[in-house]
Design a protein around this ligand. Structure first.
Ligand SMILES: [Zn+2]
Length: 561
């Protein structure tokens, strides 16, 4: 490894692990008081792992106090206080503890040191064993895994691999990819593991002018679902201080304001929420483009950060200046696909408000008995508009964009779209219904998959289950898509769950009323469906009697090349 001049200077000035550090590390281990006694002797031999003493301990009959008695009682595994340093320890008889393999211990520790204008962290793997007599009182052994230097605007990590060293930097701004990472990496390319570790010399943080307000052990640990200060082990120390070194003011302010969402996104996932938050702006209010009152409101109502994203989007693409309340309400109505909806609105140059009002009138409250949510209504609308576009309607006309009867227009347009698809398909060889049925039909453990052979069967299924599958009947018969029925084997004629397939993939799966207030059938029958899909993908093999032959389950997952 060749260092640059800058790296060489930093490595040369790196603080060393001191004897005091080792002493403190030793204190993280459970302490033992080893003993051996000789017959008839008025002393016992003691070794203390806490303070490293090896001495003859006088067994005095008349002057002994309770503590003295605890030790001279010579009970293996008794809890006592070390006679030399007073720390709690466990008595271990050398004659009973063999080679003391079970006492061997292993710890991961981050030791902090203060430097001129930086904070240093050494990630050490520590071991203690008690095999020989010398080991009984020896200090723990350590190996340096990684070293970190946190300075304002620059974080450096040195990894030690045997005698080789690798240096990584993060400077000025943080990207999506973490270059400086947590220490103690193990595992393989397919999945690295970063085990948690102790953090020693925490007072370095309080005393360091640059890190005094980093709030890691105060605010950050007390975030919702955080360890609330009880933690002994940490797994995000490096990630947090990397973010803090690059964006000190921003992290401080987010921490202080309790905006844990965007802060966690940054620290853990390196997600910047750039559409909502400007990380290059140290003043959080300016970074979020909020007035003082708005920030207060934002914090009080615990808005998700997406509220700001939608506000910015509306401003940039539609020239609207929506209030936070307004954005929050829309986020709720538009559901988790709100970004898609927003992009769709932009693409077709629609008015968000007009579209909302239109969909509410046409779909959401069309049937007084069934309320359909806005995001579902939007999907129907998008289906319609895509179909209208495909069949050649002009999307500039408001009569096309906002038809008087959307449901009617939807059915007409999708029917016409299907007809066009069929026309395109007519050149291809039609697959016979029998072949398709053989490909899909399946039965296992009391459930079966049925391939409907008539449009009437599909329409009946739609009516019974109160969902829209009826509209797919024609396309199913034509082979544009495939509709399947999932039913109980003992009630093969009773509609239960309907599946729409695209090739070997489930495109939609719904039970009664589109699973309104019910459990998702894909989850409920996960095992059956997965077995069936695996069989399907393996080529729908059957034996001579037509019984499906299940493919063997492979132990290891194939790794994608
Ligand atoms: Zn001691």
């Amino acid at each position: 490894m060749r260092y640059t001049a800058e790296e060489k200077a930093i490595v040369d000035a790196w603080p060393t692990v001191t004897a005091e550090d080792i002493e403190n590390i030793n204190n993280l281990f459970p302490h033992h008081l080893f003993f051996r006694s000789s017959k008839g002797a008025d002393y016992m031999e003691l070794w203390s792992s806490c303070c490293g003493r090896h001495e003859h301990y006088q067994i005095l009959q008349r002057t002994e106090d309770n503590r003295h008695w605890d030790i001279t009682a010579q009970r293996h595994n008794a809890k006592v206080q070390c006679p030399y340093c007073g720390r709690s320890a466990t008595m271990k008889s050398l004659s009973k503890s063999g080679k003391r393999k079970s006492l061997e211990a292993y710890l991961l520790v981050m030791v902090l040191h203060s430097g001129q204008d930086a904070m240093y962290g050494d990630a050490l793997c520590i071991t203690k064993n008690y095999e020989t007599e010398a080991d009984l009182t020896a200090k723990p052994l350590y190996r340096c895994d990684s070293g970190y230097r946190f300075a304002m605007g620059h974080v450096m990590q040195i990894d030690h691999w045997g005698s080789a060293m690798y240096v990584t930097h993060e400077r000025e701004s943080l990207g999506r990819q973490k270059r400086v990472r947590e220490p103690f990496k193990s595992g393989s390319m397919s999945g690295y593991v970063y085990p948690p570790y102790h953090v020693l010399n925490r007072e370095v943080l309080d005393q360091h002018p640059a890190f005094r307000y980093s709030a890691y052990f105060t605010n950050w640990q007390y975030r919702p679902f955080g360890p609330r200060g009880y933690a002994q082990l940490f797994s995000d120390f490096v990630s947090y201080f990397t973010a803090y070194s690059i964006y000190p003011k921003q992290v401080e302010m987010l921490c202080k304001a309790g905006l844990w969402g965007p802060l966690t996104d940054m620290v853990v996932h390196r997600k910047k929420n750039a559409a909502a938050l400007d990380w290059s702006e140290p003043d959080i209010r300016k970074a979020m483009r909020l007035t003082k009152a708005e920030l207060k409101q934002f914090l009080q109502k615990c808005y998700p950060i997406a509220v700001l994203e939608l506000r910015n989007y509306a401003e940039r693409h539609w020239g609207k200046s929506w209030t936070l309340d307004n954005c929050a309400r829309r986020l709720e109505d538009w559901g988790c696909n709100w970004r898609e909806i927003a992009r769709f609105i932009t693409k077709h140059r629609l008015s968000p408000r007009k579209l909302e009002e239109y969909l509410i009138l046409q779909i959401c409250f069309r049937d007084p008995d069934v309320f359909i949510s806005l995001d579902d209504a939007f999907e129907i609308y998008r289906d319609y508009l895509n179909a209208a576009y495909e069949i050649g309607h002009c999307l500039e006309h408001s009569a096309v964009l906002y038809p008087d009867d959307l449901c009617q227009a939807h059915d007409d347009a999708t029917r016409e779209q299907t007809r066009l698809h069929e026309k395109a398909l007519s050149n291809q060889q039609a697959i016979s219904t029998k072949e398709r049925a053989e490909k899909y039909e399946f039965e296992l453990d009391g459930m079966k998959i049925i391939f409907p052979k008539t449009a009437g069967a599909i329409k009946r299924e739609g009516t019974k289950l109160n969902h829209c599958v009826g509209g797919y009947a024609k396309r199913h018969i034509e082979g544009v898509l495939t509709i399947l029925f999932l039913r109980w084997s003992d009630e093969p004629t009773t509609p239960y769950v309907t599946i729409e397939m695209r090739g070997n993939r489930i495109n939609q799966i719904h039970g009664f009323n589109n699973d309104w207030a019910g459990q998702n059938p894909q989850q409920k029958h996960k095992e059956f469906l997965e077995t069936w899909l695996r069989w399907l993908r393996a080529g729908s093999k059957r034996d001579a009697d037509g019984i499906p032959i299940l493919p063997k389950v492979r132990k290891r997952k194939d790794v994608a090349a």
